[in-house]
Design a protein around this ligand. Structure first.
Ligand SMILES: C[S@@+](CC[C@H](N)C(=O)[O-])C[C@H]1O[C@@H](n2cnc3c(N)ncnc32)[C@H](O)[C@@H]1O
Length: 326
């Protein structure tokens, strides 16, 4: 029997003859075997166990909140909770699914609240969210009026968490593809807004990342980029030796002014940092839904202004810029 998740045939069909047609060619059924994971059978069993309930009301404006016409019984609530917990770790959220509160590691809604007031309204726009995790912000982008949201995320478990939501929200124009930015067609020039949040510092070559983001945007389109930064003047960059907050894959942390200068150098216009925010242990913390270590465990217990390696603790900036028309 064909599963309802990780299916892209209808999408490919819809995109033929549109600006997203080259993407339709990229989304082949070979993508999923390429990201296969030993836990896939276990995760698949969890998806198969999700109940066939209908959403009576979906609120994607104030959160990602799904309601059924009738409240769940205690037994239904417990079963749904246990089934969704089998897709651990839930990092990005929170989600409210028929009264089950998925208390994710991150309060991703707080990031969204910092971003949304500063960007061109998403109404009617075609949007790309690069490194979208389980797609939490993609649903919020649709809630903010986007015509079509494409999220790309290479990790299988986060794709499957998206499909758990998708089961209940099949009509919304939110599509998550198991792709890296590097696997996207070059020079797509199709998106009105491109988001890259929490990805730049994972890239060894930040300018190649910026170039690829620009290639995905249509002329005049908007880039919304969020990344780790350090306090400091224009020109200052931290390249942490070894790990940063126990992460082995952190490469470049510019100052906010440096980040703006990178965007100019990469050919964007009017780059402006709209928010700088120190990540707190209220925003990123272990929960029942992500029970591994989190921010508090990677800060120096003697001096929480520093990571365990002695680097400045996570500080994040949001920068907005445009791709030139010509
Ligand atoms: C720190 S998370 C950020 C998630 C979400 N965008 C947010 O801001 O909450 C970074 C995500 O980017 C994904 N990622 C890393 N490299 C990527 C690449 N080259 N292309 C697309 N996604 C990538 C990771 O798998 C991870 O899920």
């Amino acid at each position: 029997m064909q599963s309802w998740y990780l299916q892209y045939a209808a999408l490919r069909q819809d995109w033929l003859g549109t600006a997203l047609a080259p993407l339709a060619d990229t989304v082949s059924d070979d993508l999923v075997p390429a990201i296969e994971h030993g836990d896939f059978p276990r995760w698949r069993a969890a998806l198969d166990a999700l109940p066939d309930w209908t959403v009576a009301n979906a609120d994607l404006v104030n959160g990602v909140i799904l309601q059924r016409a009738t409240p769940l019984s205690d037994a239904e609530h417990a079963t749904l909770t246990q089934t969704l917990l089998r897709l651990h770790p839930w990092r990005k959220g929170p989600y409210e699914i028929f009264g089950v509160h998925i208390d994710t590691e991150w309060r991703s809604d707080w990031k969204w609240d910092r971003v949304l007031p500063h960007i061109t309204p998403l109404t009617g726009r075609t949007v790309l969210d690069v490194g979208c995790g389980n797609g939490y912000h993609c649903w919020r982008m649709a809630g903010a009026g986007a015509k079509c949201v494409v999220g790309i995320e290479p990790m299988l478990i986060f794709n499957l968490q998206y499909w758990a939501l998708r089961k209940y929200l099949p009509e919304w124009p939110v599509h998550l593809l198991p792709l890296t930015l590097e696997q996207m067609p070059e020079q797509l020039a199709a998106f009105d807004t491109v988001f890259s949040m929490g990805v730049l510092y994972h890239r060894r070559s930040p300018f190649e990342h910026l170039q690829a983001l620009k290639n995905a945007l249509r002329p005049g389109g908007e880039l919304v980029l969020e990344t780790l930064v350090i306090n400091g003047p224009r020109g200052q960059v931290l390249v942490p030796e070894g790990r940063y907050a126990r992460m082995p894959n952190v490469w470049f942390l510019p100052s906010p002014a440096t980040l703006e200068s990178w965007l100019s150098k990469a050919g964007f216009v009017e780059p402006h940092v709209v928010d700088v925010n120190l990540t707190t242990t209220d925003e990123q913390r272990p929960t029942a839904w992500m029970s591994w270590e989190s921010l508090a465990q990677v800060l120096d217990p003697q001096n929480p202004a520093l990571t365990v390696e002695g680097h400045p603790r996570p500080l994040r900036a949001v920068v907005v810029a445009r791709k030139p028309i010509l």
